[in-house]
Design a protein around this ligand. Structure first.
Ligand code: PRP
Ligand code: URA
Length: 205
């Protein structure tokens, strides 16, 4: 799994994003910038198929992405990443998965699911900036599998080792792409050094 935090552009945006005094409008822009930079590694293993192309000069064989793509931002904070992915993958459809972490128990509580009925063939790319205990992402992947998704990917900005371990344990076949793997979780289940509550900082709540 690539950890891109030493890439100069990613490192620059991450440092700005993490800062306590980064205002909400700049926070949203940095989230979107890093998400855009993650599109390439997150899609590097998508299957392609040969397609004939006629250029102005000759004929050649090009490649196209073989399967339809469905982007699934986990509400709310995943919405901060979905426009960036949609801009580079405009043919993708967008579904939403609502999970909120109960701040006392740290257990995920699912409150919204809306998927296309036939996405078994699709590449399903799940987006959430934060992978902390891993409970929310694991619940979303479980729900998506129940609804028939078979080609799943998970993309986040900041992960904890605990969250990565949780996904590797519960969904070992799902590739995980993240911009940074941080030190760990504090006693309240927050990623350290992290960036605080991503949803609150994106939406100014
Ligand atoms: C945050 C974050 C993840 C989850 C990560 O969402 O966006 O979904 O917590 O924590 P976990 O890995 O321990 O489950 P939150 O529940 O705060 O909801 P929000 O996006 O609506 O703020
Ligand atoms: N959710 C967040 O938004 N941030 C964390 O550090 C952990 C869970």
């Amino acid at each position: 799994m690539p950890d891109l935090k030493h890439h100069p552009v990613v490192a620059d945006r991450l440092a700005k994003l993490r800062a306590l005094d980064c205002p909400s409008h700049e926070f949203r822009r940095h989230v979107a910038d890093i998400a855009r930079l993650l599109v390439l590694p997150a899609t590097a293993t998508l299957e392609t198929e040969a397609v004939p192309v006629t250029t102005p000069l000759t004929q050649m064989t090009g490649q196209k992405i073989a399967r339809p793509i469905v982007l699934v931002p986990i509400l709310r904070a995943g919405l901060g990443m979905s426009d960036a992915f949609h801009q580079l993958l405009p043919e993708a459809s967008l579904s939403h998965y609502g999970v909120a972490r109960n701040e006392k128990t740290l257990e995920p509580e699912v409150y919204f699911e809306k998927f296309p009925s036939d996405f078994g063939e699709a590449e399903v790319i799940v987006l959430d900036p934060m992978l902390a205990t891993g409970g929310s992402a694991a619940a979303a992947l479980r729900g998506l599998k129940k609804s028939g998704a078979r080609h799943l990917h998970f993309v986040c900005l900041v992960a904890s080792p605990e969250g990565i371990h949780c996904l590797k344990d519960q969904h070992p076949e799902v590739p995980v792409t993240c911009a940074a793997i941080d030190e760990g979780l504090n006693e309240n289940g927050y990623i350290v050094p992290g960036l605080g509550d991503a949803g609150d900082r994106i939406f100014g709540t």
